[in-house]
Each structure stands twice: as C-alpha cells, then as structure tokens.
Design a protein around this ligand. Structure first.
Ligand code: MRU
Length: 354
C-alpha cells in the first residue's frame, strides 16, 4: 500500500498526510503548508518520533497511525539477538514524542501486544507492518461512520453553517477527518452552507491546514480570527460548533486544541450546539476526568515568531499550553464510530465504552 487505504465507493477522502511503502513512511510536511507541499521519507522509528514532536505530522489519529508505522520500521531496523529490546526501546521513544493525544499510546499499546506474540524478527516485521496498516484503515472507516452518525444526530432538513477549530481533516487522520469529516459529509449531502474555520493561534492549523484542505476540495469555507468566533455565533448564522478531540475521559471531559474550551462557553451562551467528533481510540476510560490529562506546553517561540518573523520581543515570557479541557457539561454530544453520547457523563460514556 503506498497511499491512503482504499475507499469504499467513490467518496473523496481528501489529501492524505501519510504514505506507507513497507520499508519507509512518507509524511507530508505540515509545517510548510499551505505554500509548499513537501514529502519527507522516513525509515527509522526515531525519525518518526522526531516528526511527531516537530509537528511534521499532527492531529491525534494521524499521530497514532504514524507511531504505529514507526514501530513497524523499528522491527526492520533492529538487528542481532536483542532485536526485541531494540523495538521496545523505539516504542518508548515514540511514546515520548507528544503527551496529550491518547491515540499515540493506544496505537503503541496495540503494537506492543502484537510484538509480544512474534517469535522472530521476520515475523515482527510482517505482523507489525500489517497491524499499522490496519490501524490506518480502521481510522478511515471510523471517520466515515462518525460522519454518518453525526448527520443523523443533527437531523437537519435545511443546509447549515458550522464553525470548526484547529485541523481535524484528512491531514489529521487516516483520511476524511473527524469534525472535518462531518463538514465533508454535510457538503456531500448538499446540507452545508459554509464552514467557518478558526485560524487557531498560535500554530495556525485552521488557516494553514483547514482552509487549505477545504478550499482544495471545493468545500465552502470562511477563515476567521479566533477572536471573531463570538461575533459569528452571535450573528445566528451557525447551527453547530464541531471540533475534534485529543483525549476524552470517563466523565466526558474533552481535551482538544487550545481555544476549544472558550468556543464551548460561547456556544452554550448563544444556544449553538457543541459537537465533539472523535474515534474510540481517543477515549481514555482509565482517566476519571479532564484534570488528569497531561496538557502539552510547547516552546514560547511558537508565539514569539510566525515562522521566522518576530511577533513579540525575543525575551518576553510566554505561556503556551497547546490544549485545553472542555468540561463535559458544556458538550452537547460526543460522536464516535461506536455511536453517540448525548450530554456526556460517566453513565453515558460507560454505556458505550465500558
Ligand atoms: O497540536 P495538534 O495540531 O496535533 O492538535 C490537533 C487537535 O487538537 C485536533 O483537534 C485533534 O487532534 C483532533 S484531530 C482529528
């Protein structure tokens, strides 16, 4: 397989972020979009871990899928009698790349379980490769299922406008997207007037990636500064705020890109629905609430500069948490491939995720 997994029917899954070649992984360098489309070819787990850390690839599901391919590469590059210890070590390195998206740990745990069942390195090369491709394919299938569930839940008979945050599209997943998959599905069904895309400071996933992805696929999108979201919601133009997630805890709290929490507050104030769309690999039933989620803080340079351009004094102190936690009480519905949880709480989450 050297592209995204095969799609049922003819539906477009958007621009893929990853290409697996069996002995190497190609990643579209998302740091350079939208002005340059550069593919990087990686052939070691360490290189994949570096690419995740440096945001060549990002978005919770895409991080998990890439890490799975990284583990498969580790089996290829391992050698000698202690090959298994080398693969274990690489899996630990991959796990240290980013802390918040639980999809990373979910995928690596699955790879570790496969590894435990392999008796030879040749077996591990084959089985880990197959497992990584399955993780990729399952994510795409989950996205398609979630989009159907979301549309059924929205029960809209009129075309609607929505507002989204960060990038949750084909670039952030195995293809199609989570929240952006719902946007794609609305468009395919002739039910989308417009998608407002928050620019998503400071890394600009909304302006650089979401508006690029949607424009490229002919889906109506309007880019707005994050601070314009209140005005847009107050205008009454938007029926749903739709976002993805990096981790959802047992009580329905949702960690997602910084700024999601403020959108949820705004949505509740303006009587706009707030929908979270994420595969079950984003659900972490081991954590009781969002207070337990490790929130990544990134380098202050991401705020002080945009690419190489200074935007602040070089020495200014910076607070740069890149995720926040939206309390379950502000979430109207969580949509997963397994079904939806309305007004999420422990009981609703347990019903679907045990
Ligand atoms: O820092 P990023 O770009 O990896 O953050 C991505 C997000 O917060 C997404 O909303 C989330 O991972 C869901 S992607 C389908």
């Amino acid at each position: 397989m050297n592209q995204a997994p095969a799609m049922p029917g003819t539906r477009s899954i958007g621009t893929v972020a990853m290409r697996w070649h069996g002995s190497s992984l190609e990643l579209l360098d998302q740091r350079l979009l939208p002005d340059q489309e550069v593919w990087l070819r990686l052939d070691t787990a360490d290189a994949v871990a570096g690419a995740i850390r440096d945001m060549v690839v990002r978005g919770a599901p895409a991080i998990g899928i890439s890490a799975a391919y990284g583990a498969a590469l580790a089996a290829r590059t391992a050698s000698g009698e202690n090959w298994r210890a080398q693969v274990d070590h690489s899996i630990r390195v991959l796990a240290e790349s980013r802390p918040t998206a639980v999809n990373l740990f979910w995928a690596l745990k699955r790879m570790q379980e496969i590894l435990a069942g392999c008796s030879t390195r040749a077996d591990a090369i084959e089985q880990l490769g197959l497992a990584a491709v399955s993780i990729h394919q399952e994510d795409l299938a989950a996205n398609l299922a979630m989009a159907e569930h979301a549309l059924m839940h929205m029960k809209t008979d009129q075309p609607v406008s929505v507002l989204t945050h960060c990038n949750t599209g084909a670039l952030a997943t195995g293809g199609y997207g989570t929240a952006l998959g719902v946007v794609r599905r609305l468009h395919e069904a002739g039910m989308l007037v417009n998608a407002f895309a928050d620019e998503t400071r400071p890394w600009l996933q909304g302006s650089r990636l979401t508006s690029w992805e949607l424009t490229r696929d002919g889906i109506p999108v309007t880019l707005n500064a994050d601070s314009a979201a209140a005005t847009i919601l107050a205008s009454g133009k938007v029926s749903w705020v739709i976002v993805g997630a990096d981790r959802i805890t047992a009580n329905g709290d949702v960690a997602n890109k910084i700024g999601t929490y403020s959108l949820a507050v705004l949505a509740r104030y303006h009587g706009v629905g707030f929908m979270v769309v994420a595969p079950s690999s984003t659900v972490d039933m081991a954590l009781a609430s969002g207070r337990e989620i490790p929130i990544e803080e990134r380098d202050g340079q991401e705020l002080r500069r945009v690419r190489e351009l200074p935007m602040a004094p070089a020495s200014v102190a910076v607070f740069n948490p890149v995720f926040d936690v939206t309390p379950a009480a502000l979430v109207d519905v969580i949509v997963t491939e397994k079904g939806v949880v309305s007004r999420p709480d422990v009981a609703g989450m347990t019903r679907l995720f045990g």
